[in-house]
Design a protein around this ligand. Structure first.
Ligand SMILES: CC(C)(COP(=O)(O)OP(=O)(O)OC[C@H]1O[C@@H](n2cnc3c(N)ncnc32)[C@H](O)[C@@H]1OP(=O)(O)O)[C@@H](O)C(=O)NCCC(=O)NCCS
Length: 196
């Protein structure tokens, strides 16, 4: 069981006061991250991510100084959770998945064109075969992005990142893992990976 919260950062692009109030609420580490980003949309969504983490910390009564990152960049509560959480962002969308039970990973993507060369390069032979067997083009491109989010969410659950995700074969049986994919507005999909 997990909760998923999402935030669309367009208001931060349009409303300077709101941007400032979010900026003042997040910890110095997030402020510095936001300061380093030049692109306005990426800046806004990074602040949105910071705010989602801030609100999660507040609701669990933990200090944000107790949130550390592992050697691969995964943010987590020092000494282990609960809460267990993970964040992802794409364009102006930011999401956070939070669990009281155990490690969790989340990934958001925008469903675009099928990218056969990317599949060949990054997916396992079983995954490429499985995708190429799908006749319906719309289904194939949806499954391609779903697969991508599953691999990323898995790597973000383990904390190892994309390298773990690329090794993970989504066509195999995985009774110890639970994946949940949900469609969002505007063609975005989010996948959460938890240990079952
Ligand atoms: C984690 C990773 C898959 C994210 O890729 P992405 O699709 O570009 O980004 P997403 O929007 O889904 O997620 C970004 C968020 O994931 C979190 N994150 C970063 N590294 C993570 C990891 N290893 N595991 C889980 N979450 C991670 C961060 O909170 C980040 O948001 P923030 O930078 O605004 O705080 C990718 O960056 C990766 O593989 N990182 C590992 C890199 C590595 O191996 N570094 C070795 C140290 S040199």
């Amino acid at each position: 069981m997990y909760t998923l919260k999402k935030f669309h950062a367009d208001s931060l692009l349009r409303d300077e006061k709101r941007f400032r109030s979010f900026y003042d609420a997040v910890p110095l580490s997030r402020q510095q991250k936001v300061d380093r980003i030049k692109d306005p949309e990426t800046k806004a969504v990074s602040l949105g991510v910071g705010m989602l983490i801030h609100e999660m910390a507040e609701s669990f009564h933990i200090r944000e100084t107790d949130i550390i990152t592992n050697e691969y960049g995964k943010p987590m509560v020092a000494g282990g959770g609960p809460p267990y959480f993970n964040v992802s962002h794409k364009h102006l969308w930011a999401v956070i998945a939070v669990s009281k039970r155990g490690d969790i990973g989340v990934d958001i993507e925008s469903v675009g064109l099928y990218r056969p060369k990317m599949a060949e390069r990054y997916f396992t032979p079983n995954e490429v075969r499985w995708l190429n067997d799908i006749r319906d083009e719309n289904k194939r491109r949806y499954e391609f992005y779903k697969m991508w989010t599953m691999k990323e969410a898995y790597g973000k659950m383990t904390g190892g990142g994309l390298l773990d995700g690329l090794e993970f074969d989504t066509t195999e049986k995985f009774p110890l893992l639970r994946f949940t994919t949900q469609d969002m507005e505007d063609g975005y999909i989010v996948t959460v990976c938890e240990r079952a």
